[in-house]
Design a protein around this ligand. Sequence first.
Ligand code: NAD
Length: 555
Amino acid sequence: MSASSIAPAVPSPAAAPAAAPPRMLVSTNPSTGERLGEVRVWSAEEVRAAVAKARIAQTDWAARSFAERADRLRLVRERLEAETDDLATLIANENGKPRAEAVTAELFPIAYLINYFSARAEGMLSDEPISMPLFGWLNRGSKVTHRPYGVVGVIAPWNFPFAIPMGECVMALLAGNAVVLKPSEFTPFVGEAIGRLFAQSGLPGGLLTVASGDGSTGAALVGAGCDKIVFTGSVPTGRKIGVACAQTLTPCVLELGGKDPMIVCEDADVENAARGAVWGAFCNSGQVCASVERVYVVESVAADFLARVVQKTQALRQGSPLDPDTDVGPMQNRMQMEKVEAQVAAALASGAKALTGGKRSAARPAGLFYEPTVMVNVDHTMGVMKDETFGPVLPVMVVPDENEAVRLANDSPYGLTASVWTRDFGRGEQLARRIHAGTVMINECVWTHAACETPWGGLKESGIGRTHGRHGLMEFVQPIHLHENRWPDQPSYWWYPYSAGVYRMFRGATAALFSAEPSKRLRGAWDALAGFLSRGKISAGSTSTPPAAPARRAP
Ligand code: NAD
């Protein structure tokens, strides 16, 4: 583990001699191998204390008006805008994505998200009256109100260390929750920067806490009594969190991995599809849950498509994320790069062919640079087509037609995003509807996490629940049903005492309202009326005894 590892800190002179030294995360620049610094790992007790403090702060926060909460978060947006250059540099240095990408994919989308939800969330969270076409006749009224969960635990990955947790924190806070955030151990300084942005914007103390640390800190947060957990990361960790949440019946959102397919139809604009494939596979060095991870191209356009993809891949400029002309930076950590190397090596050993790339870059041995790689002769027996790669690798399979492409796209345990490339929108939508994925894009790929008004989330092993969009906002509130009987002095017809009359009234109403036969509806109406008039007459026996037999005239 080179990009970030854990080391004991030098004990402070003030510490008691017997106290164990705090554990530290060491953050490393993946482009140069330089050490960026250390961040302390929070203990389980500290995490529990942060949750307790958050619970106190949340009560007052939820009682404030939405406008007041939104004003506070607009201040966060202003700080973000003022610090954009520094934040882009920090993200480039710690995560490795080019600075331009830090702005397009991490900073701009969050400024937009704060803007969008500050203006719209109040409407989305307002009370929803429920139409009661039948019980309205009995003067009943119902509505749903939305109550914040309380304390939300957010656990984040390293690939979008700013945009993913920030979006979740902002939406949780706007909905009236407090948050404890556990950033990735690979990008702890971006996590600290998030904490600073909120603190400098004058949020009440304890309302948002950043608890730095590794998996043990994340596990401590899941066990600390949060009211909801929102996790983004790998399937194996998501499974562990799902199990831990089940023990305490804590609801959770799990945003997990993907193996996102791209289908290139025979009528696609091949040049545009090739450009999309290259960007979709290699942005953020392929370390995107929604990266184009596999392509199915129809035979008739395959040669043209592949030639363009290879030419564009070879033209990519790989280098320092701080260089404004860099297209592709390093991978974020050694562990991930080794996974990619192993997957590519296994595919090559099974007969796959790398048309370009297929190895670490010799040009920058100090950094974690892996050459953008295009592979052919691949199939579904290979990990590179079945398992998440999460690196700069684009395997392309030639298929006879779109039906086979859809079949192969769905032959996966994942279902996060997918894309279809065609000039025929009707056909594109028909194909899109057959693909098992939470988001399917036509002539576009990867990007919709940045469009915060759209829902984000996966099917199958790609996760549970949604972030972003109205559906994502609703993950931060519980629907509370309020019901009114607007006849305050009227007992309900279904209350005690039961009697043969009550039975006859409701049996008759069932037929009168729901029978398909007019004669039964008519007889049911008569029974309902007769039952209504006689309902006060208690049957033989006690009030709790139902009628001995169904009404004789029931069909
Ligand atoms: P990871 O699962 O290794 O770690 C994610 C977070 O979980 C980290 O903060 C880590 O410290 C924490 N963690 C680890 N063990 C834990 C435990 N037992 N309990 C609680 N927390 C624990 O994932 P990663 O390597 O950081 O991220 C890459 C993965 O995330 C990829 O699979 C990628 O597809 C996925 N991802 C998904 C989305 C999405 O929106 N669906 C977005 C980004 C990344």
